[in-house]
Ligand binder design. Sequence first.
Ligand SMILES: Nc1ncnc2c1ncn2[C@@H]1O[C@H](COP(=O)(O)OP(=O)(O)O)[C@@H](O)[C@H]1O
Ligand SMILES: CC(=O)N[C@@H](CCC(=O)OP(=O)(O)O)C(=O)O
Length: 295
Amino acid sequence: MASALEKAGILVEALPYIKKFYGKTVVIKYGGHAMVDCALKKAVLTDVVLMKYVGMRPVIVHGGGPEITAMLKKLGIESRFIGGLRVTDDETMEIVEMVLVGKINKEIVSMLNAFGGRAVGLSGKDAGLLQAARKLGRARRPDGTVEMVDIGHVGEITRVDPDIASTLIDQGYIPVISPVAVGADGESYNINADYVAGELAVALGAEKLVILTDVEGILADRRDRDSLISVIHAPEIPDLVARGVIEGGMIPKVECCTRALSGGVGTTHILDGRVAHSILLEVFTDKGIGTMVVG
Ligand SMILES: Nc1ncnc2c1ncn2[C@@H]1O[C@H](COP(=O)(O)OP(=O)(O)O)[C@@H](O)[C@H]1O
Ligand SMILES: CC(=O)N[C@@H](CCC(=O)OP(=O)(O)O)C(=O)O
């Protein structure tokens, strides 16, 4: 147990960070293990409420891929991914929206409110927050070449109108956003939540983008948990992707960090959502954790 003096020391250590981030927007991509484990869920959402109470402007973009897969399985529908994106036919789109907007979003909102935050759930469809167009999937042929194929209602963000989110933030609310968008044609689109977090961070002029996931951060060797890369420069990323060091679900994360940095976001981080209070450790202590992606 920490002594009273140690506890005071921890609070004092946080002071420069509280000052630095006071009034600043921080976009948090919430997904992975931290979303299914009940204790971790509480830890993450408590951190977000604390950030709010010390004067930061947190915004949550949530994922929910595993829950969508589980629901589809219950309904006897098999999940298929091409280039890391879910092949989304009409029926799947309906389930995606039900799970993300109807279930996960509302659960996060209720918990934040129970912890003393004032959270409001939105999907990208609300007030034109996210507009999208059909995105093709990158299918790898057996000979290694890539073919672009139709993957249904999967969207690429074409326009962000952050007004509804910034109005809510200005009024003291915590926006919680589902990665579902609308097309110019009125069609619904399913978007990888990492891309939504990156684009929103840019549109909201965020100071920080924090992506929670199921690993320590970017590993130089995925089989070696000690090979964490603490700081990586965006220009180093394409080579790591080409060499297969970064692959699968880590690709949208690094792409979204790179996009955010080029759009003016101060710092971007990929953190281990399995570590309780990893957001607090990153934001309020001298000991940065996970991988920081810098420009
Ligand atoms: N270089 C790498 N370092 C760490 N993880 C990597 C790397 N390359 C690929 N990955 C994979 O990316 C996964 C994280 O992406 P994903 O499963 O989509 O996360 P989430 O569900 O949090 O969005 C890791 O669990 C890991 O399997
Ligand atoms: C197009 C696409 O793949 N969309 C994702 C949206 C949810 C998501 O991104 O969830 P995670 O962050 O938990 O992976 C999906 O359907 O799974």
